[in-house]
Design a protein around this ligand. Structure first.
Ligand code: PAF
Length: 291
């Protein structure tokens, strides 16, 4: 059975009255348009927790372009069906007013993420992570889970949330689960729904270029600059592709290898390769660990 809540007070009351004292509560926040990647997070939470809550909320404060927010896919009926099938027990579906009674304010940000916020997604989507932290912290205060499940596809987001949990001194375990891919390698994303058929055929090239770069890096880690440059050029030659960045970074703080002094270059097991590519009107991100 899937119990749904639209009001935060109803959800909070239910949890405080019905959650058995020692029960472990797992939480999967989402923006809906659920796919196998979300379902894998829920499945993992179901395996590790006594009760699992999911939220569906398209958070306005993390979108830095109004048209991206407008076009974000919304598939509520299908989402509900999938949540029932996977066995998720609780669903929180708040309105914008429930989460932001004072109105959504992109400028308010009680957290500080330093340089983590100024590279890659932070650099290309100003204010995005402040919005993510704003909504995830509010959701956590309502749900108060023991464990929070997020996907590695949004690698930078997982580092931001880890830092936010530290700043909140929240005793929540962050469980980062592997990226789920289509058979052809394309990382699952709700945005894939917006690709035109020709773009969808080419989109797995993003993963292929990540893999090729990984092989080249493992052969010669010091050639990282040339590898980044070559792969960026190759990606930008594909029709409708506009890569924004393709860069190697340190796994724990996303410091770019290109900006580190040679003596501080990390071993390959502490390197992640991240990219963001516009395919037509759709912006896709992906990443790959070097080890
Ligand atoms: O990854 C997402 O879908 C969103 O950024 C999240 C974590 C649900 C916050 O809105």
């Amino acid at each position: 059975m899937l119990i749904r809540f639209r009001k935060k007070t109803d959800f909070e009351n239910y949890l405080s009255l019905r959650l058995p004292a020692k029960a472990r509560l797992g939480f999967v926040p989402t923006m809906g348009a659920l796919h196998q990647g979300h379902l894998a997070l829920i499945q993992r939470a179901l395996d590790e927790c006594d009760l699992v809550a999911c939220s569906i909320f398209v958070n306005p404060t993390q979108f830095n372009q109004a048209q991206d927010l407008r076009h974000y896919p919304r598939t509520e009926e299908k989402d509900l069906q999938q949540l029932l099938e996977v066995g998720c027990q609780l669903l929180f579906l708040p309105t914008v007013e429930e989460i932001y009674p004072e109105g959504p304010d992109r400028a308010s940000n009680p957290f500080s993420f330093g340089e983590l916020e100024s590279v890659m997604e932070g650099a290309h989507r100003p204010g995005h992570f402040a919005g993510v932290a704003q909504v995830v912290s509010r959701l956590l205060q309502i749900v108060r889970p023991h464990a929070l499940y997020m996907g590695q596809k949004d690698y930078q987001q997982t580092l931001i949330v880890r830092s936010m949990l530290r700043q909140m001194q929240a005793e929540v375990e962050l469980v980062v689960c592997p990226t789920v891919r289509e058979k052809d390698g394309l990382a699952l994303s709700s945005r894939n729904l917006r690709l035109k058929p020709e773009q969808r055929k080419l989109a797995p090239q993003i993963y292929r270029h990540l893999q090729a770069a990984r092989l080249a890096f493992l052969e010669n880690p010091l050639a990282f600059r040339q590898i980044e440059e070559q792969q960026l050029q190759k990606l930008s030659r594909l029709p409708d592709f506009r890569p924004e960045y393709f860069c190697f970074a340190r796994t724990h703080d996303l410091k770019l290898l290109a900006e580190l002094p040679p003596e501080q270059l990390p071993p390959p097991r502490e390197v992640v390769l991240c990219t963001a590519v516009w395919v037509g009107q759709v912006r896709l991100i992906d990443n790959l660990m070097m080890a």
